[in-house]
Design a protein around this ligand. Structure first.
Ligand SMILES: Nc1ncnc2c1ncn2[C@@H]1O[C@H](COP(=O)(O)OP(=O)(O)OP(=O)(O)O)[C@@H](O)[C@H]1O
Ligand SMILES: C[C@@](O)(CCO)CC(=O)[O-]
Ligand SMILES: [Mg+2]
Length: 378
């Protein structure tokens, strides 16, 4: 039996980091996906007793015998509960770390450890210790602010849930999951994100699961209906960073300066709400006026992200370069490097600014905003 799933990456238009502390944020799915193929062997296939994970883009393969998994991870009916998402215990994560450690991950790719631990945890919690081959490919840059971790958790969970569903209607191409399974998938993916991010807000897995554009505050999701064209240039600074460390840095600053940081988070909350309102408004305001307002709010949001300590000199370079072309930019996702968003007002000619950014060693691309969420295919 084979099932395929895919889940999109995302951009955060406003509110990253502050959303972890209860502020509103606005995010949209983009048309760059992580793909998962799950192959379960037939019962008659006696030779297959391994769980294998192939990360195709990185030409890496990890494999565990089912007996080794059973030795280390509790895999009985009390721990395998596909329809009731649970949090990973620290003992289970310690056991999983042993299994990951046995795989000799190349030192240069050691950042994959959290992803592989998450894979083992989601897989064994939803399907148990059974053999399979799981193949993963992605169009998203790893650890760059476009939600690679969430797309990975969502696509993997979608494939796992779909494989255990009784309704395996063969269809043409991709189809979405029903509301109940989407909700279930989103809960599991959030538990996976916890292993990678430490303390995620849940916005990344939610927008990856549901797609479109959302306003998100303390787990409450509002789907947004955009009433304006929204074009963004995405620039990858290629400076590596890790969301978990950046999120915990903001929390530490909040412990040191609670009052000041709460003012920052409140300001971000207002900015995100205003961004959402502008995108949705049907009032008689010209597109140019809407773009001007969003531009200013992005500039303010970037200033507040700087005061949280999550910007980076490479991000400043992108901001200064785009400013020379009268364009406004802000970091997106966790910052510290990673990707930067530049608003492209209607009729902007991007060639020159892209040329200048790429000559500084950055990578630019545009992505379609607000597309589909998680999908499966049999
Ligand atoms: N396709 C994948 N296969 C395996 N692991 C992955 C994959 N995609 C992401 N990961 C895991 O997620 C980690 C990156 O997550 P991180 O949250 O730091 O960045 P991001 O999700 O790309 O950015 P952001 O959280 O700011 O949107 C990687 O180090 C890896 O452990
Ligand atoms: C930095 C952060 O706000 C967004 C990462 O894309 C973390 C989170 O919300 O989980
Ligand atoms: Mg992430």
């Amino acid at each position: 039996m084979e099932v395929k799933a895919r889940a999109p990456g995302k951009i955060i238009l406003a509110g990253e980091h502050a959303v972890v502390h209860g502020s509103t944020a606005v995010a949209a799915a983009i048309d760059l996906y992580t793909y998962v193929t799950l192959r379960l062997p037939l019962l008659s296939d006696e030779n297959n007793d391994r769980l294998t994970l192939q990360l195709k883009d990185l030409s890496l393969e990890f494999s565990w015998s089912v007996s080794r998994l059973k030795e280390v991870i509790p895999c009985d009916s009390s721990t395998v509960s596909p329809s009731t998402p649970t949090s990973s215990s620290s003992e289970t994560l310690k056991s999983i770390a042993v299994l990951v450690g046995e795989q000799n991950i190349p030192e240069a790719k050691i950042w994959l450890s959290s992803g592989i631990s998450t894979f083992l945890w989601l897989y064994t919690s939803i399907l148990g210790c059974i053999p399979a081959t799981v193949i993963i490919t992605t169009e998203l840059p790893y650890g760059s602010g476009l939600g690679s971790s969430a797309a990975f958790c969502v696509a993997l969970t979608a494939a796992l849930i779909a494989s255990s569903s009784s309704d395996k209607t063969r269809g043409e191409g991709w189809s979405s999951l029903d509301e109940t399974n989407l909700e279930l998938l989103n809960k599991w993916a959030f538990e996976g994100e916890k292993i990678i991010h430490g303390k995620p807000s849940g916005i990344d897995n939610t927008v990856s699961a549901y797609g479109n554009m959302i306003k998100f505050c303390s787990g409450e999701i509002t789907r947004l209906q955009s009433n304006m064209p929204l074009r963004m240039l995405i620039t990858n600074t290629k400076v590596g960073r890790n969301t978990k460390a950046l999120v915990s840095g903001v929390s530490e600053r909040t412990v040191r300066h609670p009052e000041a940081m709460n003012c920052v988070f409140n300001a971000v909350d207002s900015i995100s709400k205003e961004v959402a309102a502008i995108i949705q408004t049907k009032d008689d305001i010209s597109v140019t006026e809407k773009e001007e307002r969003i531009k200013e709010l992005m500039e303010m949001n970037q200033g507040l992200l700087e005061s949280m300590g999550v910007s980076h000199s490479s991000i400043d370079t992108v901001i200064q370069t785009t400013l020379k072309h009268k364009l406004t930019s802000k970091l997106t996702g966790a910052g510290g490097g990673g990707c930067v968003l530049t608003l492209l007002p209607t009729r902007t000619v991007v060639e020159k600014v892209v040329q200048e950014l790429e000559s500084s060693g950055f990578q630019c691309f545009t992505a379609s905003i607000g597309g589909n969420g998680a999908e499966i295919s049999f």
